[in-house]
Design a protein around this ligand. Structure first.
Ligand SMILES: [Cu+2]
Length: 131
């Protein structure tokens, strides 16, 4: 029963945006091994300029993971470049983290490359299409 509810919620979030994992303000990415899923939500639709996100990080069972060490790098995969400045991260507790000073310099697809210190090399890349 719980699984069906989750599926319905995910389908609702996808319906407005043509099959990507981005809703208006949130996007998710899962790391290579499946150890972490990062859901990044902006307050409203993220836009060019300086944005702040709240990340929710969960393990493979959906359990929120507080106290993690990770970095976030905004990245344009189509053009192979990053962004000026580095986001700053504060642990809000309960598996939520505020990620501020995220700078999108141009329209297009941006990833929020989230690299965890452990397990080494794990990264998850929620992706946004910025107007
Ligand atoms: Cu670019």
């Amino acid at each position: 029963m719980r699984k069906w509810l989750l599926v319905a919620t995910a389908a609702g979030a996808l319906s407005s945006c043509g099959g990507s994992s981005q809703s208006d303000s949130c996007a998710s990415g899962t790391s290579q091994s499946g150890a972490y899923t990062v859901t990044a939500c902006a307050n409203g639709a993220p836009a060019r300029g300086v944005d702040t996100f709240v990340f929710t990080v969960a393990d493979a069972n959906g359990v929120p993971q507080p106290g993690l060490n990770f970095t976030v790098e905004p990245w344009m995969p189509d053009m192979n470049h990053g962004s000026p400045g580095m986001p700053s991260i504060s642990d809000l507790g309960g598996g939520k983290y505020q990620v501020s000073n995220v700078v999108f310099t141009m329209p297009g697809v941006w990833q929020l490359r989230t690299t965890f210190s452990s397990p080494s090399g794990e990264d998850a890349n929620p992706q946004f299409n910025i107007d």
